[in-house]
Design a protein around this ligand. Structure first.
Ligand SMILES: O=C(O)[C@H](O)[C@@H](O)[C@H](O)[C@H](O)COP(=O)(O)O
Length: 252
């Protein structure tokens, strides 16, 4: 029988404390997974997460983490050129990836010059190829199993680009899907689906804003809404860890 995954809720006085704890957590998982399996697959989101990761590119982690073994993916991406101000790739390059020596071939940006549907299909095909080559393992659920996903939550309770009142949150077959009417701009995006997100080994939900306090309270079962919010549907196969500052935890 599979053991139930652990859920941790960590509350901190300030966003700065969240950043310190998130860097330590990520560096420790990096060491653990590289020891166990020779690589560390990390899935990024956009938004404030990249800034909250800032301590990871500072001493001591900048030199102690084995960046050569990291593989980088995006849980969601805006379908815009990679040098567009709205690109999650550009955000991550500027705030994180340009500061550490992750090999360029290990950074899986989208091929953006197609329709959103085709961009999603292309990203999914590339993931399938990595699974075939055993770069990314397949989970028992039949979906790829990433080591760590770093997710933010929107004020409306979205995660990745899975929004309330949009059908993408119910997708059960595709690994990567698309949206052309995202309520959060810009409208065209691709996103991992829940079966992929919930097949991850570890997930960190990083929330540092008062605006998201209601969504956090729903996700952690303190407030019930029907239907529930996408952020309440996230689960990990090993550990789901919430990193909250005082503001984000204020409705708990
Ligand atoms: O493309 C994006 O914008 C994101 O990936 C999105 O899912 C984000 O993580 C949340 O909207 C939280 O954003 P904040 O951290 O900025 O609140």
């Amino acid at each position: 029988m599979a053991l139930a995954a652990t859920k941790n809720v960590l509350k901190f006085d300030s966003e700065e404390d969240v950043a310190v704890a998130l860097a330590k957590y990520t560096a420790e998982l990096s060491e653990k997974y590289i020891k166990e399996k020779g690589s560390f697959s990390v899935v990024l989101s956009g938004g404030t997460l990249i800034d909250t990761l800032r301590k990871l590119v500072e001493h001591p982690y900048k030199s102690s983490v084995d960046w050569s073994k990291w593989l980088i993916f995006w849980v969601d991406e805006r379908v815009v050129p990679l040098d567009d101000k709205d690109s999650n790739y550009l955000l991550a390059v500027q705030g994180f990836l340009s500061k550490v020596p992750i090999p360029a071939k290990n950074i899986y940006a989208i091929n953006y010059s197609k329709s959103p549907d085709d961009v999603a299909k292309d990203y999914e095909a590339r993931l399938k190829n990595l699974v075939e080559k055993k770069v990314i393992p397949l989970s028992a659920t039949g979906f790829p199993k990433f080591d760590l996903m770093l997710l933010g939550v929107g004020p409306d309770g979205h995660v990745a680009s899975l929004f309330p009142n949009r059908p993408q949150r119910d997708e059960k077959e595709r690994w990567v899907t698309f949206i052309t009417d995202s309520p959060k701009p810009p409208p065209p995006r691709i996103t991992f689906t829940f079966p992929v997100i919930n097949s991850s080994s570890d997930i960190a939900m990083v929330v540092t804003d008062k605006e998201e306090a209601h969504a956090v309270a729903v996700a952690l079962g303190r407030i019930i809404v029907c239907p529930t919010l996408p952020c309440a549907e996230v689960s990990a196969t090993k550990e789901l860890t919430w990193f909250l500052d005082k503001d984000a935890a204020s409705d708990l």
